[in-house]
Ligand binder design. Structure first.
Ligand code: UDP
Ligand code: MG
Length: 322
């Protein structure tokens, strides 16, 4: 646990913050969270010190130089890890977990869409000792309706299909105890779907709801296609249901084709005559090749995952770290 300092218990809270092209938001984030820590220390008996772990995920703007300046200004509390290229938010989280030393660890976005003020409620909940993790659920974010619909379908789908349970609109934003973080560190997979990992490790988690807000500045780095890919990865990482669906489709088609075959044989044997209708034949053939390719694609997706896991590649490459 924390150190005793001047009669007060001193605890470190690590903030893991992935940054991809965030030159405009980093300083706003720092100022806001610094104020939150002041408030936190007024409201509690313990003294909390922040440990910022920024991850520069292959930004192409001035993010790295903003981080360098911030680190020079606050060498005690600010640290950053700069990747050699864009490895994705999931790898950034992995780097953050590997480098966070705090008694409590939070992961949050730099654009203030994960309100730092929520830490004021999260910390006492963990201090009470009843929970190992406090997560966050966004209630109403003014999203474009297509995105909102796709995202709600994604949660329904993944909860039906996978072994992990995800709350609708759950954010990555959460505060965790050391015990919880150590459990997360035990999952060495290369393909990381962090929300799934959080759910998979278990422990008692309390969810706080908050109303969604717009980004403080800059633009979102996710395209709709990336979100689709993210969902697909999430399902394949935590479920083998797509393989079962492929087997099921195969079974159903076999069943009906046996009935059809039976029908054709009986007709030829008792009523004779040639069977015409090449058009229907061609459509059936095309349909069947489609089904086969689809199922092959599903199997391929899993083989691809196995291939990547067996290579034991690092999840990210660090170019600069301070
Ligand atoms: N991010 C990242 N790598 C990426 C994309 C995003 O580290 O390839 C970071 C980004 O800087 C931000 C967080 O992940 O801190 C969430 O991204 P964003 O705000 O663009 O997503 P949204 O809030 O729209 O889901
Ligand atoms: Mg955001």
């Amino acid at each position: 646990m924390g150190l005793i300092f001047g009669g007060k218990i001193l605890k470190t809270i690590s903030l893991i913050v992935p940054c991809h092209n965030e030159e405009q938001t980093i300083n706003i984030f720092y100022d806001t969270t610094a104020k939150v820590f002041e408030q936190l220390n007024e409201q509690n008996v313990e003294t909390y010190v922040p440990e910022y772990v920024f991850i520069n995920d292959g930004s192409t703007d001035k993010t790295l130089s903003v981080l360098r300046d911030l680190q020079t200004a606050h060498p005690e509390t600010v640290h950053y890890i700069s990747f050699s290229r864009n490895f994705g938010k999931e790898s950034a989280f992995a780097a953050g977990f590997n480098n966070a030393n705090g008694d409590f660890v939070a992961v949050m976005d730099v654009d203030l869409q994960d309100p730092p003020e929520l830490l004021l409620q999260m910390v006492p909940i963990l201090e009470s000792g009843e929970y190992e993790c406090v997560g966050s659920v966004q209630t109403s974010r003014k999203q474009n309706p297509v995105r909102a619909f796709l995202s709600s379908s994604f949660y329904k789908l993944i909860n039906k299909m996978s072994e992990v349970e995800l709350r609708q609109n759950v954010r990555d934003y959460r505060l965790m105890t050391r015990k919880y973080v150590n459990a997360v560190l035990e999952l060495p997979e290369y393909n990381r779907f962090t929300k799934g990992i959080f759910s998979w490790v278990g422990f008692k988690t309390k969810y706080l709801e908050y109303e969604g807000v717009e980004r403080s500045a800059g633009t979102s780095s996710w395209s709709l296609f990336q979100l689709f890919e993210y969902s697909l990865e999430a399902i394949v990482d935590f479920s083998d249901v797509p393989l079962k669906i492929a087997a099921f489709i195969g079974g159903i088609i076999c069943f009906f084709s046996i009935i059809a075959l039976f029908f054709v044989v009986i007709r030829a044997a008792f009523f004779g005559g040639s069977v015409n209708g090449w058009a229907s034949m061609v459509s059936i053939l095309l349909f069947m090749s489609g089904v086969q390719l689809f199922c092959l694609g599903i199997v391929g997706k899993y083989i691809g995952k196995i291939y990547l896991e067996t290579k034991h590649r690092p999840e990210y490459i660090v170019e600069e770290k301070r």
